[in-house]
Ligand binder design. Structure first.
Ligand code: ADP
Length: 260
């Protein structure tokens, strides 16, 4: 059942391109899955890969904002969408490009599944790696994504809290059931540097994701600190990984572990 074909490999370009999907998932929302997806894509591009972004978070798309290409509508060639370009060189497709601004996407599973197919089976051209910003949790969209497109691997994001971690364990289980290798775990919002005195505190605890990764026998890919600049820059359409210095380095370090 879960051994679906990797449709994305059969792209409608003349030459066959081995396109690899990397899913970025989390057990719950708000842990930084989209932020990690964007910055990983940019960091992998900096390592010379041709990277595209599928915003599979159908009900809560944020990639148009993060990649600073909000309000653009993708063109189409035949029945295939053409990904939206942006200043970061990461072609992207998102429901955010298809819905009206602020419009709630009130679809049931099958509709959302069809939308996802449109985003993935698009005109990706010479893109080698597609980062898939998954919806949080373990629902319909996640299942059809894994069944139909077989990502080569998944990166799981968690914050250090116990509850978020328990959800992350469920996300890991979902990928494992679908026989998608889990590449490893990233701990986000770990350690907060006080902007006034510089003291590092751990509002959500520390080291939990690393410990959980160890327990589950999977790689720990790195941690990204809780930093106001990450939020400000991200929400302003300037992903930290696209800027020299600052917290962007954490994402470049993680990308190096993914790209061989
Ligand atoms: P998700 O995709 O898991 O729902 P997002 O990536 O949208 O989460 O992040 C949720 C919010 O938290 C965003 O406003 C984002 O800018 C912020 N955020 C994410 N990671 C960090 C971080 N390390 N430090 C500060 N803010 C962060």
């Amino acid at each position: 059942e879960l051994d679906g074909v990797t449709k994305v490999d059969i792209v409608m370009t003349a030459e066959k391109i081995e396109r690899r999907l990397i899913a970025v998932g989390s057990g719950k929302g708000g842990v930084g899955k989209s932020t990690l997806s964007t910055n990983l894509a940019i960091a992998m591009r900096a390592l010379g890969r041709k990277v595209g972004m599928v915003d599979a978070d159908i009900y809560g798309p944020s990639q148009p904002r993060l990649l600073n290409c909000e309000g653009q509508r993708p063109e189409a060639e035949g029945k295939q969408l053409i990904p939206v370009p942006n200043e970061y060189g990461i072609p992207v497709l998102s429901m955010g490009h298809l819905a009206k601004p602020g419009q709630a996407i009130a679809w049931r599973g099958p509709m959302a599944g069809k939308a996802l197919e449109q985003l993935i089976n698009a005109h990706w051209g010479d893109v080698e790696e597609l980062i898939v910003d998954m919806p949080p949790g373990t629902g319909d969209v996640q299942l059809s994504m894994m069944q139909n497109h077989k990502p080569v691997g998944a990166v799981i994001v968690s914050t250090p809290q116990d509850l978020a971690l328990m959800d992350a364990v469920r996300a890991v289980d979902l990928f494992e059931q679908a026989k998608i290798p889990v590449i490893g775990m990233v701990e986000n919002m770990a350690g907060y540097a006080c902007p006034h005195c510089g003291e590092i505190s751990d509002p959500f605890g520390a080291g939990g994701a690393e410990a959980a990764a160890k327990t589950m026998n999977m790689a720990f890919l790195g941690r990204v600190p809780l930093d106001m600049d990450i939020r400000k820059a991200s929400d302003g359409g300037v992903p930290p990984a696209a800027t020299d210095g600052g917290q962007g380095q954490a994402f470049h370090d993680i990308a190096k572990r993914l790209v061989t």
